[in-house]
Ligand binder design. Sequence first.
Ligand code: FES
Length: 376
Amino acid sequence: MGGNRIFIDGRELAFRSGQTILEVAEENNIHIPTLCVLKGATPTGACRMCLVEVEGARTLVASCATPASAKMVVKTSSPRVVSARRLNLELLLSSGHHNCLAQDLDSDSWTDAQLEAMSVRGHQDLCPAYGECRLQDLAIQYQVRSSRFQPSEPKHPVEDVNPLIARDFSRCILCGRCVQACNEVQVNRAISFGYRGAETKVTATGDRPLIRSDCVFCGECVQACPVGALIDKKSLNSYRPWETRKIRTTCPYCGVGCQQWLHVRNGRIVKVTGVEDAEPNRGRLCVKGRYGYDFIYSEERLKTPLIRESTGFREASWDETLDLVAGKLKETISTYGPDAIAGVSCARSINEDSYNMQKLFRAALGTNNIDHCART
Ligand code: FES
């Protein structure tokens, strides 16, 4: 057997030095559940869901934070492992306010429970993450009920004082994905863990509300949250995941070309997220890309050219408008020369359009007075 070989669930697998057990398993389609792992960030081993049994080790180890080593023998779903994961899930479910009906149900009641939950008008009493909550998924998968432990009372009030992100600390499982998304992925460094022990809380700039902190509202923390602790207020109660379809597109705001998923319900965008594993943004979005999507539904949106007259603007056809503009440009150039005009192109347009715009001004109209709005 060569040096870099590991045995996972009886399969002999090659690994590269520095890879964790979890990475080797994932690369070989062996599923290990995780809650706290965030792609592109350092593993923290916070949630203990990825525990596996390693032959010769005294305790179960977190596969996300344990490097693979030669001749290691790993079991990912032994009875000991499954029982430890179930206990972790029970503790997580009892650590706060998780009213997703993942609790106190007989093991064959899930379908009924979910149907009942779907029929609740407005879903006000349901967790906003219902249907896309990783904790709920795992509770269902492992048939976990939290009845053994008394649920803990919320320690910190919900924060709801900004227009974009609500923070419900009673649903937070302290996995730290939001902190990593902010600090390691976006490098905004606006949030971190505050307080200690049972009082631990994700805090912003000395425990201020987000709106008075260094937060730039990129929403990366919301995208990273595996439960319903961080909530997009714009999409709150406007959809359930099974009602939407995802359409991939390119962000319309600047020339970077970030890849987005539009979550669409009944022909209307209800949420925007970044496309992980896609260049150039690898899942990241800025505040405009993530939250600035509703302009397309604005009543004030211009849909035809407007020509200004002494009595105000009037709608016009593109042919009429372009003839007017071309005539004015020609007239100005013949009277005052080409440097009397300047062009500002739109930074949201594609590179080819921007290229054509400068070509028109430089080569056809004869001036270098050309710019675009990206840096204004
Ligand atoms: Fe490994 Fe959370 S995924 S500890």
